[in-house]
Design a protein around this ligand. Structure first.
Ligand SMILES: Cc1ncc(C[n+]2csc(CCOP(=O)(O)OP(=O)(O)O)c2C)c(N)n1
Ligand SMILES: [Mg+2]
Length: 386
């Protein structure tokens, strides 16, 4: 199957990391020009800079005609992966009963990720696929180009609104971590957050195993980020496993202002154990990204766009509220609250044209519409919650 394929790809997941199988993964990929995309809660076991890496070239994913899952412990369902449904599927997993579960496979190999990859390394004749390599390179270039375009848009938005757009934060962070004085392999990043993650994920780069920790991976859970930073920070502080060469370096965490509510108490743990960590809390003034909340403005106890910011509301909390009696709704005439709500939404001054439903009034967290499908594909199994 591998020899017949024109555009094969390996999904290198959790098992590859736990088996420390990065060397054999590389051997297999290079032996037969097989692309590699990472999935799971950690990245870097196949470096983003490798010519066969597609972790930052999502456009190429749909082209793959053979997908080899290696160590994908939590198997996605049909439709959850960013691959062509007609692509052939091989799965390497040590649990025979799990092979074929969720996603039908054409071939199952009962083996650990390392064992399966070692067997492939022995059995595979070498092959070169120059057209596939060229497509991978083009996909990575397209991704970088789009990042650069969004950064330019973010700069303009920032200048016009006197706020910092997350695309700008992401680019600045990336150049600080990888193009400044720090060795680019050094900093371990806990890549959390929600709105901010749509940008930081695109700009973070993994150069070595365990450099990016993606707690939300398949399920889009917000909030474990500060706790996760404690674990990552302890590993780096003590030089555990692949973190050994970076022992003592600070780790970097990313979270949101709602997400931080889940594990923000772990800042104290970081301080108590003197774990060197920097955590970015992307604060968009308590606004989430749920466009749907706009249509529930009457039930949700959140301000709708156009209302005074929360901070001003708080100052008024102590005063008795004036009761307003509203006329009853008649057929064809929505209640006044609803009309008010609609009107307020329509008139909201910060709403971007064509960006209806974005509640975040200052810093749009939704990427430009033309980028959405690409963003979904950044990490095909990484649960981008967009
Ligand atoms: C554990 C968990 N609870 C709830 C959700 C649903 N959810 C998705 S985004 C979100 C709000 C995120 O807000 P914030 O962390 O401030 O990020 P922002 O969207 O503002 O960037 C919530 C509650 C989730 N994904 N995971
Ligand atoms: Mg927020």
């Amino acid at each position: 199957m591998i020899q017949k394929a024109e555009r094969p790809i390996i999904v290198a997941s959790t098992g590859v990391f736990y088996d420390r199988a990065w060397d054999v993964l590389r051997t297999v990929a290079e032996r037969a020009d097989i692309a590699v995309v990472e999935s799971g809660p950690m990245r870097g076991h196949f470096p983003d800079s490798h010519p066969l890496s597609v972790s930052t070239g999502p456009d190429a994913l749909l082209s793959a005609d053979l997908v080899i899952f290696a160590g994908q412990y939590s198997m996605p369902n049909v439709g959850e992966v960013a691959f062509d449904p007609d692509a052939k599927v091989i799965r390497i997993d040590q649990d025979a009963a799990d092979i074929g579960r969720n996603l039908p496979v054409d071939l199952g190999l009962v083996a650990s990720a390392r064992g399966g990859l070692e067997a492939l390394a022995e059995a595979l004749p070498s092959a070169s696929r120059p057209a596939w390599r060229a497509e991978l390179a083009a996909a990575r270039d397209a991704f970088e180009k789009q990042n650069a375009e969004w950064y330019e848009l973010g700069l303009k938005h920032s200048a016009a609104t006197d706020t910092i757009h997350p695309a700008v934060i992401a680019q600045e962070l990336s150049s600080f971590l990888y193009s400044g004085d720090l060795p680019k392999e050094q900093t371990t990043v806990v890549s959390g957050g929600y709105g901010i993650a749509r940008y930081t994920r695109r700009w973070l780069r993994a150069h070595r195993p365990g450099q990016i920790l993606n707690g939300a991976y398949q399920y889009g859970a917000i909030g474990p980020d500060v706790g996760y930073t404690v674990g990552a920070g302890a590993a780096v502080m003590n030089g555990v496993g692949p973190q050994a060469p970076y022992r003592g370096a600070p780790v970097f965490g990313i979270t949101g202002d709602a997400g931080v509510g889940y594990s923000g108490m772990e800042f104290e743990t970081l301080a108590k154990y003197r774990i060197p960590a920097v955590v970015l809390v992307y604060n968009n003034n308590a606004w989430g990204v749920f466009g749907s909340a706009a249509s529930h403005a009457l039930d949700a106890h959140v301000p709708v766009p156009g209302e005074p910011p929360l901070r001003q509301d708080r100052r008024r909390l102590g005063r008795p509220r004036r009761v307003r009696h509203l006329p009853r709704a008649t057929p064809g005439s929505p209640p006044a609250q609803l009309r008010d709500g609609r009107e307020r939404r329509r008139l909201h001054p910060d709403q971007l044209p064509g960006d209806q439903g974005v509640l975040d009034q200052r810093v749009p967290t939704r990427p430009p519409p033309q980028g959405r499908t690409r963003l979904h594909g950044v990490l095909p199994l990484s649960g981008d919650p967009a």
